[in-house]
Design a protein around this ligand. Structure first.
Ligand code: F6R
Length: 608
């Protein structure tokens, strides 16, 4: 995530940048900063904390001599959320400033070369490499310098860059991460998202991927990465403010559901090698220690617990280590057997859930090694853990977890494969095949999202259905559990997640006419059995919906089949859950409910 704002024009610069950042605060708010260009120097004002903290610092001084500037609100990916790591970043001489959104995957290589050539870095961010690289290209135009850097930088990123000697010019560049230009009269704006400039203009210019844009007060010129000039595409914005913050989606939840391809790509970025290996350089744990582990515990709550369920299958299958999973609030009270050869993995998107924190602290006190999986840099879980694996879903505002869940699944698949690699329990060819499948996931999730309209149509008549079952076996079981939880929490209907084979031991008594039964049948080695179980539900009057892979023959049992792209059994959990998120969303909205703020819930639960 992160939010970028830039302004060139006659207004007082801070009057544009600071409110613009406040409108982008939903993109991240752990630190913020602005660089104000006076033509002879940059005033650099940065702070850890919220935009309100930045505003207080900006207001404390007179900035009427500023001619232009760029600003940033951060959601940390590389480096702790402190003032030094806050953007904008600059070179040693203070000639260049840069703000950045996204991840520069090859930043470590780029930094190594810069350090060897004498550059000194002061932050832990990937962004700072850009400032030094622009400084090294003083003989080029700023546009050429940024184009050259875009051609060398790998990953999804958006940049805004200025030189102090050219206060009437901001260069923006985009690949994967959003960036738009707002067009004014004798002034122009650059931003990650429209709300940043919506109070000043409703004219915008779309910037596609792999484009560089030259923004001056009187002109906006667009170029590709070969330097060819392109015709900018203009649009008029007719959204109101609230709609703009949601990127045109009616709710944050739907926006976040659609952000999943990007969130997954970010979570995978830099962690899969060209040779088909998993590279977890950020997981700072000695491989010797990982080889000494004889038991794994995965601990989490709610949706994160469903990621733990998938992790059990993945880690056991790929490493042959025994894995126990626990609902965090239960863990301490069953007197688990732990010692210094136990590896405990705590999963919490917020990293602040008190049940999970209490459980992992307990495990640590017994001598276990602790890996935290969190979406929030420097969260309490991250600080508590011996090593951290971050998901990179960006800020999730909707209370129901969506993109943080699918990125947790991906993180656990990465971790499972990494453990298998370190311990030598899967041969390199098998790992490579799974790595190639992980690479496909962002695109496959985008394909799965295409079923949204069909699911909306399917659920149109379901506003009054009160009973749902979600069934699956093996890897499809956690997906079914998550589908049921999503529906319960946002649509307020009874929804049971069950192991498909367990229904006949009791719950099948509840199946009758009018009950909707959603079967997840993507796991090929148990698919036939799941389909038989669905026949049993159908025979008792259930309406059968089936989630199946695109090429699978699933017979005639289902009243409706929702297809997702084919993938290996556990990898497929990531795409299989997408239709269930959409199903719960459309049922809840058909019932007229506020999906972003479901009743009785909180995004972060800090009570036991
Ligand atoms: C469900 C949901 C909750 C959380 C649970 C754990 O949509 O959001 O069930 O998954 O409260 O939260 P974290 O992952 O922050 O520990």
């Amino acid at each position: 995530m992160c939010g970028i704002v830039g302004y060139v024009g006659p207004r007082p610069v801070t009057d544009v940048l600071v409110p613009g950042l406040a409108h982008l605060e939903y993109r991240g708010y752990d630190s913020a900063g602005v660089a104000l260009n006076t033509g002879t120097s940059f005033d650099l004002i940065k702070t850890a904390g919220r935009i309100a903290d930045l505003e207080a610092l900006v207001d404390a001084e007179d900035h009427s001599n500023a001619l232009s500037g760029i600003g940033h609100t951060r959601w940390a990916t590389h480096g702790a959320p402190n003032t030094v790591n806050a953007h904008p970043h600059t070179d040693e001489a203070g000639d260049v400033v840069v703000v950045h959104n996204g991840i520069i995957e090859n930043w470590a290589d780029l930094k190594k070369k810069l350090v060897e050539s004498g550059h000194e870095f002061i932050s832990d961010t990937d962004t700072e490499v850009v400032a030094h690289m622009v400084a090294d290209r003083a003989d080029m135009t700023l546009r050429d310098a940024v184009t050259d850097i875009m051609n060398q930088a790998e990953g999804a990123l958006a940049l805004a860059v200025m030189r102090k000697s050219e206060p009437d010019l901001i260069i923006g560049a985009r690949r994967g991460s959003p960036l738009v230009v707002g067009r004014g009269d004798g002034e122009n704006f650059l931003a990650s998202d429209i709300p940043a400039f919506l109070e000043h203009t409703r004219e915008m210019v779309i910037i596609e991927d792999d484009r560089v844009v030259e923004v001056r007060p009187e002109s906006v010129r667009l170029f590709d990465l070969e330097g060819n000039e392109l015709e900018p595409e203009h649009r008029k914005i007719d959204w109101d403010f609230e709609a703009a913050e949601k990127g045109g989606y009616p709710t944050f939840m739907l926006k976040e559901i659609h952000e999943q391809p990007h969130a997954i790509a970010d979570t995978l970025a830099g962690r899969l090698s060209e040779t088909g290996r998993v590279v977890l350089n950020d997981l700072d744990l000695d491989p010797v220690l990982l080889r000494s582990i004889d038991k794994v515990f995965v601990i989490a709550c709610g949706t994160s617990y469903h990621a733990a369920m998938m992790a059990k299958y993945a880690i056991e299958r790929w490493t042959r280590l025994p894995v126990e999973i626990d609902i965090a609030s239960e863990f301490r009270y069953r007197d688990p057997v732990l010692d210094d050869r136990s590896l405990v993995i705590g999963i919490s998107q917020s990293g602040e859930t008190i049940d999970t924190l209490a459980a992992v602290r307990y495990a640590k006190a017994q001598g276990a090694k602790l890996i935290g999986v969190s979406n929030v840099i420097d969260s309490a879980l991250a600080r508590e853990s011996h090593a951290v694996l971050y998901t990179r879903a960006g800020l999730e505002i909707g209370v129901a977890a969506t993109k943080t869940f699918t990125t947790q699944l991906v993180a656990m698949q990465l971790l499972g494969l990494y453990l298998a690699q370190v311990r030598g329990t899967l041969d390199p060819g098998a790992i490579e095949l799974l790595v190639r499948e992980l690479e496909q996931l962002p695109e496959q999730v985008a394909t799965a999202l295409e079923s949204s309209a069909a699911i909306e149509e399917l659920t149109r008549g379901w506003a009054d259905v009160r009973d749902y079952f979600f069934l699956g076996r093996s890897g499809d079981f956690p997906v079914a559990m998550e589908g049921a939880l999503k529906l319960k929490e946002i649509a307020y209907v009874r929804a049971e997640g069950y192991a498909a084979g367990e229904m006949k031991h009791g719950p099948i008594a509840l199946i009758e006419e009018g009950v909707v039964v959603v079967g997840v049948a993507t796991d090929t080695h148990v698919q036939a059995k799941t389909l038989s179980n669905m026949e049993e539900m159908k025979a008792r009057g259930g309406t059968i919906v089936l989630v199946a892979e695109e090429d699978d023959d699933v017979g005639e049992v289902a009243d409706h089949v929702i297809r997702v792209p084919s993938a290996s059994d556990l990898i497929c959990t990531v795409t299989a859950v997408i239709p269930l998120q959409l199903l719960s969303y459309h049922v809840a909205t058909a019932r007229g409910l506020d999906v972003d703020k479901p009743r009785n819930l909180a995004k972060t639960v800090t009570v036991e």
